[in-house]
Design a protein around this ligand. Structure first.
Ligand code: SF4
Length: 302
């Protein structure tokens, strides 16, 4: 817990808004640390929020009650309905059991889905499946990043722009169908992003890391701009004992160029893409984020 206390002391003034996100690996492998983190935050930064990103395969009733007790925001990595989840991440039955436990204990959760050629056709089925969970709150879409398993896979690739537009259109139809009868609507994070952009409320950056407002702290105390860049020497920012915090900008050199935006209706209001995704993907498939935003823009406008 030294790591958390040291991080808070060094980088988070007592009254500043702050969110702590536990990710991995798989953070539910160490439930004691989750509770310790929650207790330390309550004591040292009572205004802070706490979130966890999990594959949900290790959830049991006590863990889910822990989430509820400390108001921990739950994100589940889920790439599709069970057959697709099984192919892409494995252990789908355990993940589904975890979702059912969250539902049974009335714990809200959101889903993060990595879009690829393997699941783009069944995003609508994912929405229909989540419609069966009253505590599901929404989905966030991440475009595939060429790192980890994705960098070496011979069968998982970025979806094409055509597949992406078609998949998103069908997904949004499923959202409409499901939300007709739901008290708590299921949301698509990117629809909100585009709606905000249309209303002129778009953030200047894709994420907090792009503005230098986030920090990933690894178990060995090394520091990086965000969890995506963690452990990549290119982004090393020292250690907790010897930090070398570069002002916002370490990631900015990888920002999506807006020179080619032409007459895109989102031009000037677009949050662009994840900077580290641009870096790891060497700028390839940059049009996919545009396809995603522009497809949603057309649906919102019409
Ligand atoms: S959606 Fe693409 S083309 Fe449109 S403003 Fe954003 S980056 Fe530029």
């Amino acid at each position: 817990m030294d790591l958390l206390e040291k991080s808070l002391m060094q980088f988070v003034p007592v009254e500043s808004p702050c969110h702590v996100q536990l990710s991995g690996g798989e953070p539910t492998m160490v439930p004691d640390l989750i509770e310790e983190t929650a207790k330390t935050l309550q004591k040292k930064r009572p205004h802070a929020t706490l979130g966890i990103q999990t594959n949900a395969t290790l959830l049991d009733r006590s863990l889910v009650r822990l989430f509820s007790k400390y108001n921990i925001q739950v994100g589940v990595s889920l790439d599709g309905p069970p057959d697709i989840q099984e192919q892409l991440r494995g252990n789908a039955a355990a993940t589904l059991k975890g979702l059912k436990l969250l539902e049974a204990e009335n714990v809200p959760f959101r889903v993060t889905t990595v879009i690829s050629n393997r699941n783009i056709d069944c995003l609508d089925k994912l929405v229909l499946m989540l419609g069966g969970f009253s505590t599901a709150r929404g989905i966030g879409l991440d475009l595939l990043i060429h790192k980890g398993n994705a960098a070496t896979s011979s069968s998982v690739f970025p979806a094409t722009p055509e597949q992406t537009a078609d998949g998103i259109n069908r997904m949004m139809t499923a959202f409409q169908m499901i939300n007709r009868n739901r008290r708590e609507k299921l949301e698509l994070r990117e629809e909100k992003t585009v709606t905000n952009a249309v209303r002129g409320k778009s953030p200047a950056c894709f994420c907090h890391a792009g503005k230098g407002e986030s920090l990933a702290v690894c178990p060995d105390g090394s520091l990086y701009p965000c969890s995506q860049t963690a452990c990549d020497p290119r982004f090393f920012m020292g250690t907790l004992d010897n930090p070398n915090i570069v002002p916002a900008g370490l990631l900015r050199e990888f920002a999506l160029s807006t020179e080619d935006c032409g007459d895109c209706p989102l031009s000037g209001q677009c949050p662009g893409d994840c900077y580290s995704r641009q870096y790891f993907n060497h700028g390839e498939n940059r049009e996919l984020i545009c396809t995603l935003y522009q497809t949603l823009f057309k649906l919102i406008r019409d």
